[in-house]
Design a protein around this ligand. Sequence first.
Ligand code: UDP
Length: 485
Amino acid sequence: MEGVEVERPLKLHFIPYLAPGHIIPLGDIASLFALRGQQVTIITTPSNAHFFTKSLSSADPFFLRLHTVEFPSLQVGLPDGVECLSSTTGLDTSNKIYEGAMLLHGPIEDFMENDPPDCIIGDALYPWVHDLAHKLQIPSLAFNGFSLFTISLMESLRISNFFHDSDSGSFVVQNFPHCITMCSRPPKIFAGFMEMMLETILKSKGLIVNNFAELDGEECIEHYEKTTCHKAWHLGPASLIRRTDQEKAKRGNESVVSMHECLNWLNSKRDDSVLYICFGSMCFFSDKQLYEIACGIEASSHEFIWIVPEKKGKEDESDEEKEKWLPKGFEERNIGKKGLIIRGWAPQVMILSHTAVGAFMTHCGWNSTVEAVSVGVPMITWPVHFDQFYNEKLITDVRGIGVEVGATEWCLDGVEEKEKVVSRDSIEKAVTRLMNGGDEAEEIRRRAQEFGDKARRAVEEGGSSHNNLLALIDDLKSLRDHKAR
Ligand code: UDP
């Protein structure tokens, strides 16, 4: 009988937070388990379900299902369908979405009590997952979409009271395996949030990380496990589960450009010649900042694909409105031959994977970062908030696979207007530093490509992430079987 027990698939329930940067990678990680024959259920709300119906096509539907629970729109005072952080129009909407997400506890508990899983994999933004798992007497694993480098760095900063002391000068991080100097501090509201998330992570049985061990580094993993007595499971990069252009293009939202249009344009370009610019799913720069970007990229004279999110409620843009963020004649001079502007959701992983892309100007969201690393593309770093300033340190100071544009100001959300803009000169300087050749640029590109090779090896048979996945499945099975005895 024992052999049969070991082969019985695990029943796993995944609960991603209601934001693309959490939903997309956790969906791919859920697929990894399903592809290995485990029975996976992803729980989300109706308006977020489309992320999975498109995302999960590669996994066998027999092993992977979706369960939706209603979002409490009325209770939190949001219009129907506004259930995802990328549809936010400001801090007030984000807060209400968070409030609604906390209220999902009740219906999810009802669902699980009927038919409990063997383990819950819940986002660390849901502090109630641990209590639910405890009630059902099953383990829970945490996921928060950050790298372990960043989580460890945040934990070291927490211990040194960095988030709360009022000193505004630069700060050398103590009790951390790398020499890191932080120049800007998060607003107080973030500090509380980060502390709550760290606490939730440490209560869980282990942490699932969308990264591969070689990028976080053994020194960082050892430091984390030693200082927190908590286990981290590196299972990524999650995006590498997608092999074909079609699978890559289908990831996340519906793209506003056709896959073929995009590929045809990229196919006409030389290797490493195109600058890809995108600031994630939740960052809306002011017209003034967009104008500086347009001037900076035009001055650099490199080819580009620039993703500009659509302004909420302003889908039809007049020429007058356009001139607020695009210099006169910019489109005539550039669009088509020299560059593309994609207004809305773009197939990022597919674009980044193309050999024509030579650099990525990014807000350093962790998914964007690890997606670029996976395909060996060096970065121009432009952090905006949350974990992004810490990811920038990993990219530039620690791994040397990117250069900074020089952004230092924290934003409360991606919609709020910043006081300072990053100037066209800083943008042009960073682009030419990375894309005009020279010893420094070549060395950065070589290191980025080396990490790209390591990432691909990590997810192959026998690679570090692949081995971790098998070990985690075994671990959870023996916990379940031990409990059943
Ligand atoms: N993304 C995309 N197309 C877009 C914008 C974003 O595919 O036009 C994806 C991107 O590939 C990544 C995710 O959305 O997987 C954004 O996550 P990230 O952590 O980089 O940033 P966030 O949006 O959470 O700030």
